[in-house]
Every structure is written in structure tokens, then in C-alpha cells.
Design a protein around this ligand. Sequence first.
Ligand SMILES: Nc1nc2c(c(=O)[nH]1)N[C@H]1C(S)=C(S)[C@@H](COP(=O)(O)OP(=O)(O)OC[C@H]3O[C@@H](n4cnc5c(=O)[nH]c(N)nc54)[C@H](O)[C@@H]3O)O[C@H]1N2
Ligand SMILES: Nc1nc2c(c(=O)[nH]1)N[C@H]1C(S)=C(S)[C@@H](COP(=O)(O)OP(=O)(O)OC[C@H]3O[C@@H](n4cnc5c(=O)[nH]c(N)nc54)[C@H](O)[C@@H]3O)O[C@H]1N2
Ligand code: SF4
Ligand SMILES: [Mo]
Length: 766
Amino acid sequence: MSSTTSPGTHRSADPAATGEWKPTACILCECNCGLEVLVDAPGRRLVKIRGDRQHHGSRGYTCNKALQLDAYQNPGHERLTSPLRRRPDGTFEEVDWDTALAEIAERLSALREEHGGESILYYGGGGQGNHLGGAYAPATQAAYGIRYRSSALAQEKTGEFWVNARLLGKPNRADIEHAEVAVFLGKNPYQSHGFPRARAVLKEIAKDPARSMVVIDPVRTETAALADHHLQLRPGTDLHLVTALVAVLVQEDLIAHEWLAEHADGLDAVLAVMSRVPIAEYCTVADVPEEQVRAAARRIAAAESVAMLEDLGTQMNRNSTVVSYVEKLVWLLTGNFAKPGTQYVFSGLAPIGRDRGHRAGEGPRSPVTEAPVIGGLIPCNVIPEEILTDHPKRFRAAFVESSNPLHSLADSPRMREAFAALDLVVVIDVAMTETARAANYVLPTPTQYEKYEATFFNFEFPQNLFHLRHPLFEAPPGLLGEPEIHARLCELSGAVGEADYAPLRAALALGREAFATAMLGVLGDPRLARLVPVLLYRTLGPTLESELPNGAAAAAVLWGAAQLCAMENPEGVARAGHGTGPGAGDRLFDAILTSPHGAVITDDVPEASWQRLGGRRIQLDVPELLAVVAALPAQAPAPDPEYPFVLSAGERRAFTANTIIRDPGWRRRDPAGALRLGEGDASRLGVVTGDLVRVVTRTGSAEVPVEVVDNRRPGHVSLPNGFGLSSQAGPATGVAPNELTAGTDRDEFAGTPWHKGVPARLERVG
Ligand SMILES: Nc1nc2c(c(=O)[nH]1)N[C@H]1C(S)=C(S)[C@@H](COP(=O)(O)OP(=O)(O)OC[C@H]3O[C@@H](n4cnc5c(=O)[nH]c(N)nc54)[C@H](O)[C@@H]3O)O[C@H]1N2
Ligand SMILES: Nc1nc2c(c(=O)[nH]1)N[C@H]1C(S)=C(S)[C@@H](COP(=O)(O)OP(=O)(O)OC[C@H]3O[C@@H](n4cnc5c(=O)[nH]c(N)nc54)[C@H](O)[C@@H]3O)O[C@H]1N2
Ligand code: SF4
Ligand SMILES: [Mo]
């Protein structure tokens, strides 16, 4: 750690004695636990970190990872300090902002002119902790006619989004904290979280004899070890197992007939398929004793409340969209919706997870491969195919913001090839990433602790929280926040400018009410409607700075989001204390601005879930998906003898956090990112913990030390996510999982990858 003393100051300047505790949040997973940080302001260091008891969601909780956040804030020489332009020889030169942005604007405009804005892909828009900057990107998209976008959500969640859209018309989440029975499908919340205070809640459930936990995972994870029912299935056989679970509910007549008659259509079609399921045979395929499956189904049916959470173990695996469908049938057929401890429809400030739910084959498609666009996102796995072709509609440019697709998407070698084939790549990031290295222009931005930031991952119930974090530090000179970058690019395109701002500023001078009226006018103007984020930033933004200096203009976009939230959720917003009527949105906005520990945006009653469905009945019959269930063969696919192992490529562990922290020194355990394998496999291979093996897949190979463990099935091995980051300081640490994965291994409905089931072979090294 660098010393914070400057010449002449006393050597023992202890920041703990002189510094200040400031509220903020952890940015390493979607929970965004509230933190209090003792800062060393001149050194821009997070000196001490503790949970924030005043934070409504996390209530003082953190996991082990939050303590390492200084390694994100201070990535050393990986930190970007100036805009960079790539020279023809591949090296980078520093350029000033005016030059960089003017050249980018010119090249984007030229591409639009020649090939249409459809030839430019926008990728990303936020990580686990930062979505405020990305909220301005739609304006840049509008300014340059950029029509297609994608993000990490399109390699994990789009299948589930689509299923939710078909079944309920709305996304939903699980109230694990209050559930009598919590069910985790391909999810290890002990490490990955996914709901507030996960480890504490898991332990509460485990020690309460009146509650139960069901875990469906081929690994005896930390979560599975706490479970009452661990269905330790053969990897990749989730469709058999979960279908068997649903079939037990149907065939033992454990379903909520009255509730379903009142709320749902399509039950007969589901019953027709499920009543014919050969339960015993499917359990054999999944290699789980039938009695265990029946016991879990009966426990679910007997419960007052069941909440169920699926995640990457199935979402990045074979049949993921169909599995998501049968998973939802488990809780729908038992009536576990819109009651405490069940599934609910959340409020929020952004429409994450919403989709129109077109029938398979209908709806928007990607330009070259005609892959389904779900939730507005093209599947990540088709991106290289949308570039590496001479199709006239191919992508010719990529605009990447707060994301690292050259590391995180399937088949990194092919992704590198694809990005190298583009005419223009622009990357906005804080650090020199794998993707930034492939860019023509790299635009440096302050870290999330040097600016106002927030996420739209606000899914809690009954009280939903929004946390606008205030900066802990002043940003270093020479960096621009994302809102400023987007505003300048929009202005340089000629789409928006002073003439558009002036009337809004005049209205604002009369008060927020007049401003709201003027903004309504803007929304009715097709030229300006999609530029609203920048209009807010340039007009309302500066007025926020007078109260909250150091960049609060970035929060301006939340004004619009707050108005929408108040309109969509009047009762919840009122119950949260923001009143009713036309001023509610403004009061909500002000509460967000002035609540550095987070503001409750909505306080819901269970019926709110029904209200959000807007009178639509639940549609249980999704014919495209039910057809797959009906045709499911009663045998497991035969493994390829050349690749007898199943590799789970990207397991969440105690010290992984996507690629948010680049310095490998942050890890207190598992520094090499070991390949985990069972004792039997280890002895057959003749390796012990620490020995090197070569992992060979159909697309790549890598050498990695093994860790012999006792919690997994024979033939099932795993590598952690987020390893193998390039560094200017030395060789990469660990294996980058997507050097081993294939883009063509993807779901037939959503195009999501099969990262959790990569066929692999292991060879002893040396
Ligand atoms: N520590 C840590 N936490 C994180 C992150 C991180 O990088 N590190 N990332 C965050 C992000 S972006 C996400 S999306 C979430 C993901 O959170 P999770 O989905 O919980 O994480 P994973 O470990 O990738 O996969 C979950 C489980 O799937 C199991 N699995 C593997 N194959 C199969 C299978 O065939 N069937 C079933 N049923 N299960 C299988 C694995 O054994 C594993 O326990 O985590 C978030 N939290
Ligand atoms: N094989 C395999 N691949 C996977 C997974 C897996 O399990 N297996 N998991 C997948 C999942 S679930 C996810 S979510 C993705 C995640 O992959 P990505 O979406 O690519 O995201 P991150 O790795 O989180 O990268 C976040 C980027 O944001 C940058 N950043 C940090 N703060 C800021 C900021 O304030 N502004 C800007 N502009 N940039 C900032 C960081 O430096 C980093 O480059 O990985 C996926 N890839
Ligand atoms: S990584 Fe841990 S401390 Fe950080 S938000 Fe997630 S659960 Fe909270
Ligand atoms: Mo993720």
C-alpha cells in the first residue's frame, strides 16, 4: 500500500484518526450491500470497510469480498488516465477528449451514413454496481441510429425473461427471506448471493425446523450442505429432474386446483403432458433416487409459501429456457405467487427483465443470424456471427460501456477475431481490459467511488430500495463520467443542442411543475423523445450540482425514472412516504438524492403483484416449450468418449467477482483459480491438490493446478469465473474460462450459452 503522507506531514498520519466514514455500497454483486468506508481522500483509498447498518436492504451485512474493494478503486497501472487512440501498429497514444470524441462522432456518423445505424452494436451499459452511466446510452443510440444492443443479461437471463413474459407478462423474483420452503435450482447463494443477506438467511432457514431448503445442484455446495433436500443430479439433466418434480405434483394431485381455476388458463394442456411423464425413468436419467424427488415435491406442496430461484447452473446449460418454464410450473401449480414468502412482481426505476413475449419465431430478430431479440437484447453468443460475415447487414462497429465481452463471452479467440474485423471499436472503462486492448478509442471514466452511481438492480419486496451513492473521492483530473461522454457525443452528432435546452431551462426556472409540463412536450416530439436523458442532464443536472457538488448532475436521468415509477406504482410510492398526485415523482426523486444510505421507493402489499399483472391471467400453456417437454426422451445424451468430463466453466467462489477487480492480489484464497475435481477422478488421473493438469475442450486447452474436493460427482469438474485477466505487470493468473467455451453451444430459444456443461478431457502434466 502506498503511503499517504506528503513531504512535511507527520509520518504517522493515521487515516483512522483523521479520516471520515462515508456511506456507499459494494459493487461486486447485484446485492450492492450498503457500506461505510473510512476514506483516505487525498490518496483516494478505501482504508477501512464495514457494513452499513442504516442501509435498508443489507442492514449491516457484507460478505468477505467487500473488504477487498480498495483493489478495485486502485488498480495501479491498469487504471486509465487519458483517452487513448490505437495506432496502426496496435500501440496506443494519448489524445485529448475533444479530439477523441470528435473523431468518434465523425466515424459513427460516417458508418450511419453509409451502412445505417443498424451496423453499430451497443454492448454493456453497466456491471454489478453501476447503471447510472448506461442510462444515458439510449440517447447516444438515438443520436447515431444505433438499433441493436446486448449485454451480459443476454447470456444468462433472457430465456427466463421470455418465459416470464409468456407466463405472467411480467418479470418476478423470489421472496426467499420469508419463504417456508426455499428452492435453489443451479444456484449457490452462499457464494453468489442474489438476495439480501444471503448467508444469514440460509443459516436461518437451515436451523428453523419449520422451514426447509431444497437445492438442485450436481455439487454439494455450501448451500447444498445446509439443505434438507439436496437433489444432486447428473449435470445437464435438469429438464428431466424438474419435469419429474412437476409430474409428482400432478400425478399425486398436489396442485392448487382452486387457485389455478381462479387465476390461470391452460392447465389442461400442462396436465395432459405431465400426467404421462415416466417419473421413475426421468429420475434415473438425472441419477437421483425417485423417493428423494417425491419427498421434495411433497414438501413443496405442503408448504404455506415456496420461493424458488434459478440461476446459472441451469441458465447456462442445456434446455435452459425449457427448464426455466418447468421451474416456474413448480411454484405456479402450487399457487405460490403474490403471497409473502413466494414469487412477486417488483417495482423499480428501470424495466429490467421486461419482454413482449413473442411466440418463438416471431418478434424482433438480429440482422444476420435472425436470432431472437429478447428484452431488447441480441444473444451474446451470436455476436461473432453477426460480424464475421460478408452479409450486408453485418455489424461494423461496437460501442462497449462498462463491460468486458472479450473476456466474458463464449469463445474468446473468436470474439477477438470478430472485434479485430470491425471498422470501429469504442470502449468506456476505468481500466485497461481485454476489450479495451481491442479498441480504436478507449475512454477513461472515474471509478464508481469517484462519482454518483447507482444500480437498477432494485428487486426487493415489500420495501424496494434505490441507493444513489455519493462519491467518496473527487475524480482524478482528465476523466469524464459516462453521462458527460454521452451528452457530448449526442451534441457532436447534431441531434441535440443549446436550442433544445433553452426552453427547458426557462421552464425549470419557473419550478419543477413547469419543467414537468415542458418535458411532457418533449416526450411527444419524436426527434427529442429518445434524447431525454441528455436533455435532463444538461438542464436539470446543473441545478442538482448546487446542492450536491462533485457530479450530482449524473443523477438527472433519475428524475424521469422517478416520475414513471410514481405513475406505475402510485400506492407503493405513497406507502413509502412520497405522497400522491403529480408531485409524488418529484418527492421520490428528491428522497433519492438526499438519502445517502438508500431510499425506500415503494412499500408494497402482496396484492401489488396482481395489480402489476394488470388483470391478465396466468398463461400456463406455452406450446413451444410444452412440446419440448412432451418429446423429452427418457435417456441422458451419451457423452462424447473423447471428452468424458463435464466442465462447469465459471463457478462463483469466495474470491471471484466477474472481472471487476483486475489485481489478482485481492484474493485471500484460491489464488490460482484451481480446477476442482472429486477424489475418485483425482486418483484415477494420479493427481493430488496442487498438481497441474491440462484441460482440453473442443475449442481450447489450458493448464491449471487442481484442488481435490469431496463435494462433487465423478466426471464433473469446475473452473472459477473472472480469472485469466491480462495484465501489464506480468502473466495472467488462472484460466480465462471462455478460452475453453464454444459460441455455437447455445440454447435453441434464447441463444444463451452452455458454459456450465462444457465437454472436456483432463490430461496430467509432467
Ligand atoms: N462470489 C461471487 N458472487 C457472484 C459473482 C461472482 O463473480 N463471484 N457474480 C454474480 C453474477 S454476475 C451472477 S450471474 C451470479 C451467478 O450465481 P450462481 O448461478 O449461483 O453461480 P455459479 O457458481 O456460476 O453457478 C451456480 C451453481 O450451478 C451449479 N451447476 C453446475 N452445473 C449444473 C447443472 O447441470 N445443473 C444444476 N442444477 N446446477 C448446476 C454449480 O455447481 C453451482 O453451484 O453470481 C453473482 N455473484
Ligand atoms: N464461461 C463463463 N463466462 C461467463 C460467466 C460464466 O459463468 N462462465 N458468467 C457470465 C456472467 S453471469 C456475467 S454477468 C458476465 C460479466 O461480464 P461483463 O458484463 O463483461 O462484466 P464484468 O466482468 O463485470 O466487467 C465489468 C467492466 O466494467 C468496468 N468498470 C468498472 N467500473 C466502471 C465504471 O464505473 N464505468 C465503466 N464504464 N466501467 C467500469 C470494469 O473495469 C470491467 O471491465 O460474465 C459472463 N461470462
Ligand atoms: S459481494 Fe458480498 S458484500 Fe458485495 S454486494 Fe455482494 S453480498 Fe454484498
Ligand atoms: Mo451475471
